[in-house]
Design a protein around this ligand. Structure first.
Ligand code: SF4
Length: 254
C-alpha cells in the first residue's frame, strides 16, 4: 500500500511549492519580441531552449510531489474525481476519513452512496460526485477486476473521469509520460509560447511534442507549480521567474 503524501504548503495545485532560490544557468536567450502586442505570434522555442527551461525546473525541484492524498491508484482516482472545482486541501480533509474505511472499490460499494455523500458533503457538487464514486467503483469491479485500468481510453469510460483525470492518474499512479492540462498549465503553455493553443487538448499535445522524454514524468507538476507560484494569472512574478529570459510573452515585466 502506497504511503499517503501530505504537504502543508500547497493549496490548489496538487503539488508542493517550488524552492525559492533556484540556480539559473546562462543560455542563449531568444530575442525579445520587438512589438509588445498580444496578437504577435511568438517565435517557437528551440529544442535547446526547452531543454534548458526544464533543466532549471528540475534543478530547482528534482522530485515535485502531488498534493492529493491517496493510498493507491484507486484512491488517487477517487481523489482526482472529487477535486473538480474544489481545492486539494478540501478534498484531503474529506478523503482522509473516507479512505480510512474505504480504500478499494468493494469497500466503497459496501459503504454505500448515502454514507459516501456524508463523508464528502463539504466538497462542491458532492451529491453528483458521490454518485460517480459509487458508479465508477461498480464499473471497476464489473469490467476491470477491481483495478484502475492503465489506459487513458479505459479510464475515460469511468463515471466522472475525463481526459485530465486520466492523465493525472496515469502519470502519478503509473508513471506514464502524460500531460494533464489544468488552468495553470494552460496559461503557462500559452504565455511562454512553449505550446500555444486554444484548447487544453491543443496545449497538451503541443507540450508533449516539445518536451523531451527525460522531463515528461515531472513536467506536468513543474508547469503547474510554475503557474501557481510564479506565472500567476493576474500578476506574474517575472522578476523571480526561472525562465524569464526564455519566455516569449510580450507582456512579461523583465
Ligand atoms: S517571464 Fe513572466 S510571463 Fe513569462 S513565464 Fe515567467 S512569470 Fe510567466
Amino acid at each position: 500500500m502506497a504511503k499517503i503524501i501530505r504537504s502543508k504548503s500547497a493549496k490548489k495545485t496538487g503539488v508542493s511549492p517550488v524552492p525559492k532560490k533556484p540556480a539559473k544557468k546562462a543560455v542563449k536567450a531568444a530575442p525579445k519580441n520587438s512589438a509588445k502586442s498580444k496578437s504577435s505570434k511568438p517565435r517557437p522555442w528551440t529544442a535547446a531552449e526547452v531543454h534548458e527551461a526544464f533543466s532549471r525546473f528540475r534543478k530547482a525541484n528534482p522530485e515535485p510531489k502531488g498534493e492529493l492524498e491517496h493510498l493507491n491508484p484507486y484512491t488517487l482516482l477517487v481523489a482526482v474525481v472529487l477535486s473538480a472545482q474544489a481545492t486539494d486541501a478540501g478534498v484531503n480533509k474529506a478523503t482522509r476519513p473516507l479512505f480510512a474505511v474505504a480504500d478499494t472499490p468493494q469497500k466503497m460499494l459496501d459503504l454505500g452512496e448515502e454514507k459516501v455523500r456524508e463523508y464528502i458533503k463539504t466538497i462542491g457538487l458532492y451529491r453528483n460526485k458521490a454518485k460517480n464514486v459509487i458508479a465508477l467503483s461498480e464499473k471497476l469491479i464489473a469490467e476491470f477486476g477491481g483495478e484502475v485500468p492503465r489506459t487513458r481510453a479505459e479510464i475515460e469510460t469511468l463515471p466522472g473521469a475525463g481526459r485530465k483525470t486520466a492523465n493525472v492518474v496515469l502519470n502519478m499512479a503509473y508513471g506514464e509520460h502524460t500531460m494533464a492540462v489544468d488552468t495553470h498549465v494552460f496559461r503557462v503553455g500559452n504565455r511562454t509560447g512553449l505550446a500555444p493553443g486554444n484548447t487544453p487538448l491543443e496545449v497538451e499535445l503541443g507540450l508533449e511534442k516539445v518536451i523531451p522524454p527525460e522531463f515528461m514524468l515531472h513536467a506536468h507538476h513543474w508547469l503547474i507549480l510554475h503557474g501557481r507560484y510564479t506565472c500567476l494569472a493576474r500578476k506574474p512574478r517575472c522578476e523571480v521567474c526561472l525562465i524569464n529570459d526564455l519566455c516569449r510573452w510580450p507582456e512579461k515585466t523583465v
